[in-house]
Design a protein. Structure first.
Length: 184
């Protein structure tokens, strides 16, 4: 309850300032290389639930409602930021050439990754949850197609919107790791 009161106070403080605060999700770094069976990967635009695709940062309050504040904003369009973050993380974690759509090269990629997130929510319990499904296919039909569900979570500080941004970045990197290990 104390965390919730502090988060509410932080939101009210931001609202009193009148100037929107923008929060960027940092790109998580990877030290390990995961072997994959493809040489190139296109990451399709990630699909997000409505609340997670908005410019304002939504979080769950003590009643379970999703709330936001017009003065707490993402620094970039969430769909674009998660798509680019996923592509950057896959490129860092594998030896494949990875790019977000539209594919920038003449030759088609060996694989396409399509991610559909059904939940991307900073919960009232201090846990950020990201659930959904990803699909891996081959534009040339040279490899098998895969569909996998995922359910990821990580803690965040309910007092800090920057912690929500860092949690989203961590889950994006965790999703890239999962896709590289199980999908590519």
């Amino acid at each position: 309850m104390h965390k919730l009161a502090a988060a509410t106070a932080l939101t009210l403080l931001a609202a009193c300032g009148g100037t929107p605060l923008r929060f960027d999700a940092p790109v998580a770094q990877s030290e390990t290389k995961i072997p994959v069976s493809v040489g190139s990967v296109e990451v399709r635009d990630v699909s997000l639930p409505l609340y997670a695709s908005q410019e304002v940062i939504f979080f769950e309050d003590e009643t379970g409602a999703l709330v936001s504040d017009d003065n707490l904003l993402w620094a970039d369009d969430p769909e674009r930021a998660i798509t680019e973050g996923l592509a950057l993380a896959l490129a860092a974690q594998t030896r494949a050439t990875v790019a977000a759509e539209p594919w920038p090269f003449f030759d088609r990629p060996d694989a396409q990754v399509d991610v559909r997130i059904s939940r991307a929510l900073p919960g009232r319990d201090g846990i950020y949850r990201m659930d959904g499904q990803y699909f891996v296919g081959s534009p040339q039909g040279t490899s098998g197609e895969r569909a996998r569900r995922f359910s990821l979570q990580t803690p965040f500080q309910t007092l800090a919107p920057s912690s929500i941004a860092a949690a989203r970045a961590k889950l994006t990197a965790d999703l890239a790791d999962l896709i590289a290990r199980d999908g590519l």
